[in-house]
Design a protein around this ligand. Sequence first.
Ligand code: HSE
Length: 437
Amino acid sequence: MNILTPVQVGMIGMGVVGTGVARILVQHADRITRRAGRPIRLKRVAVRDTGRTRDVELPAGVISGDAADLIQDPEISIVVQLMGGVDLARQQILAALTHGKDIVTANKAVLAEHGTEIFDHALRLGRSVAYDAAVAGGIPIVSNIGQCLTANQITSLHGILNGTCNFIISKMEEDHSDYASAVAEAQRRGFAEADPRMDVDGSDAAQKLAILVQMAFDTQIGWRDIHRVGIDRLEPAELQLAKELGYRVRLIASASHGNNGLELQVAPRLVRIGSPLAEVRGAYNAISVNGDMVGTIFYHGLGAGQSPTASAVVADLIDTVVGRSAITFRTTGHWSDHEHSLPFADVAQTRSRFYWRITVQDDPGVLAQIAGALGQNGVSIATLIQRESVFDSVPGYTNLVLMTHESSEGAALAAETQLRQLAVVRKDTGIRLPVLN
Ligand code: HSE
């Protein structure tokens, strides 16, 4: 084959990211050809709505509504799967592999649900799956863990993996917006998933964490099994109070290998102001990775959006054309290898300090009851703030804001349950957030 024969590519889905991919391939064809050693040609693009006007002009006949035709086209050697959803995406990827195509995808949901099946199928057929765009958009975290850090045992990773949540929290913190208007603004700006509940309840971050955990710890985890807490109960006041205590709140997806096994969680956590994760604003993503040889590495960049995500997709496409994806994929086929799997820690055993806001009746002896419930469960108070009017102006009530010394999640939960049974505690308010050490 002539070295300049174009590689024929089929793309399924041409929404925000697909349009960005087409734009790079069309507008920067010379650069891409140099990097790939051959031209990369979008031969066919399958879309749901063929009547829609596109921002990038493609030759007549490229766009169609028929993904099956594209998958079976013998001239196409790589299928870029960018359509969202799970079931149809799974079928398309498996069928494309069966038809001898290599895959590039940005679909984290399908990998988090069916990664093992897809990877096994690809390995059996000698094909590759490249998915750097599926986690943290433009940040090359998948290729870094899969290629650059392979001399290490990763000991922990902590990430801001959902740009929508970070945007919402930053907005509430900086503009004192309330939660609902910050969510609406994120939707207007197009960061949010089609169903924004997946963003704000921590599911999207858990799916990305599950993918990283498989690579970093050689351990398979169903994303639904990751303990997760969303950001929907945060109030602007929480963010202001955290700031007064020297912290910001961030939705942190974390995996760390401790004495009790692999600790996994997605939760809003207090992060000390000045630390790199605390300074991540707006729709940015960031990941702090600790390797036993390299120490700590910090990645920061745009985790969603057209150009950053398309940058990752096209890099994967080039890697597939030059053969790098095939090598990496073969050597990092961890997904079905359970030999080195780590045991999971029970969430109740994970230890941290806690920020705690408790709304209580402003009466004599109340503080003693609160301290008693915490003390009986072995939770020790480090800092306590009570002001006459913090923000909850329900007559007769006040807010206690406290930071605890380190305790287990189990002990803190037991104390919380006991607190909720006290007549002096308001049940419909209050929040407890772990602190990132
Ligand atoms: N909704 C996701 C986010 C998009 O906000 O990070 C990228 O997965």
